[in-house]
Design a protein around this ligand. Structure first.
Ligand SMILES: Cc1cc2nc3c(=O)[nH]c(=O)nc-3n(C[C@H](O)[C@H](O)[C@H](O)COP(=O)(O)OP(=O)(O)OC[C@H]3O[C@@H](n4cnc5c(N)ncnc54)[C@H](O)[C@@H]3O)c2cc1C
Length: 381
């Protein structure tokens, strides 16, 4: 079991209060309209949460990954779509932290923190999803700038971001070693957010297409060296997978709590349905797999914090196990409510739709299995 320090517990309670007061009452409406929760993101930013693990010297809180995982879990209990927006911001900034020069960090970090700047990490393309190295967006050096052309899709925060981390090919034919990462500011001519995806779940998170047409970016905005983009991308994906696992844990906890409350109050055959052993076994299985996923998720966070060489392996296992668990637990929560589980008066149908996406983004669960198996066989991910 994870034991939080008194300081972590205080942060968890702050997040819980914001979510209970501001997010929970609007969750169903946000799911219906797809509304982007600007005010809540601002509130999280004011509390320093969106830049929690940025170093103090750049204006962050300098917190560890156990704390940030705990925050993601807590938000997800109330509304996973907002947790997705939140992690989209927190994780997409990670490349700046791991690969940014001092000058780049000084230029962007304080601004992002001050202005609650929404950020977007854009890797996926219509022809390159799981096969990241198959991307086609090109970045061609021209004097002291690069010119970017291509089409991106499924970019979380794509139409609301102020800063984009765009991955593009600088050396065609070099595969993974030919990819570089660029910081592109909103409003740069040629960068156009496109269609916002109408998704089955996480409906209030903004996921859009991006078109890049002769987007000129100063060479000083390249993150890391030429060809280091794939490595940066994989490090960022480890964190994104840890966040996805935390989302699964929080989402499943929210669903289990709701289903238990319902089963205690719903009377059939003269007694609460929670009194039937068939229902109790369902809840017992939900709780057991949830705790196993939680333990694995925080173990992945601990290893990432310690910069352990097994980080990618554990983040992949946590993402795979926690998202599959969240899918099963939310399906069971719907079952526990009977017919009321499938109507929008109760949140469990939304939670079930949200859970499906956790099995797909940040690398599908098939890809997580590949990463895990390669780790076991001693091959590189
Ligand atoms: C809500 C949402 C948010 C997202 N946010 C972002 C974001 O912020 N930034 C970003 O860059 N991307 C983002 N993505 C994209 C996401 O990471 C991709 O959708 C995902 O990696 C899968 O790519 P794909 O959709 O092209 O599927 P494909 O790669 O076309 O896969 C299709 C099917 O084939 C399977 N498959 C593919 N290759 C293999 C293999 N080698 N072995 C076994 N099975 C395989 C897959 O598991 C899947 O079932 C987001 C996606 C969603 C849905």
């Amino acid at each position: 079991m994870v034991e939080f320090t008194p300081e972590q517990e205080t942060i968890r309670q702050t997040v819980s209060r914001i979510c209970r007061e501001k997010l929970a009452p609007r969750a169903a409406e946000m799911d219906r309209t797809g509304e982007f929760p600007w005010d809540i993101i601002q509130e999280f930013a004011r509390a320093g949460l969106t830049s929690m693990f940025f170093p103090v010297e750049y204006g962050g809180l300098g917190k560890d990954l156990i704390t940030s995982t705990m925050v993601v879990e807590e938000i997800s209990k109330f509304n996973t779509a907002t947790a997705h927006t939140f992690t989209g911001i927190a994780s997409s900034r990670l490349p700046l932290l791991i690969a940014g020069t001092d000058e780049q960090k000084r230029r962007y970090m304080p601004r992002l923190i001050r202005e609650a700047g929404v950020t977007c990490l854009s890797i996926t393309e219509p022809k390159a999803g799981s096969d990241v190295a198959g991307m086609e967006t090109r970045a061609v050096k021209d004097g002291d700038s690069y010119v970017l052309n291509g089409h991106k899709c499924f970019a979380t925060n794509g139409s609301v971001a102020v800063l984009y981390f765009i991955f593009a090919v600088t050396a065609p034919g070099a595969g993974a070693r030919g990819i570089s990462c660029f910081l592109v500011e909103r409003g740069t001519p040629g960068l156009t957010p496109g269609r916002i995806e109408d998704k089955v779940g996480l409906r209030a998170s903004n996921v859009s297409e991006l078109t890049l047409e002769d987007v000129r970016v100063p060479a000083a905005n390249r993150l890391g060296g030429e060809g280091e983009g794939f490595k940066i991308c994989m490090l960022a994906l480890d964190k994104a997978r840890l966040d996805a696992a935390a989302m699964g844990v929080g989402l499943a906890q929210g669903a289990l709590d709701y289903a238990l409350r319902y089963a205690r109050s719903r009377v059939q055959f003269g007694q609460p349905v929670a009194e039937f052993q068939g229902m109790q076994f369902l809840f017992a299985d939900m709780a057991t797999s949830l705790e196993a996923a939680r333990a694995l998720t925080y173990e992945a966070a601990r290893r990432m914090q310690a910069r352990d060489s097994s980080t990618s392996h554990f983040c992949a296992m946590a993402k795979l196990f926690a998202s599959d668990m969240a899918m099963q637990v939310t399906v069971d929560a719907v079952q526990a409510l009977g017919g009321y589980g499938v109507v929008t008066d109760h949140p469990v149908e939304r939670m079930m739709r949200d859970a499906k996406i956790l099995q797909i983004f940040d690398g599908t669960n098939q890809i997580q299995r590949l990463i895990i198996a390669r780790g076991l066989l001693g091959k590189s991910p």
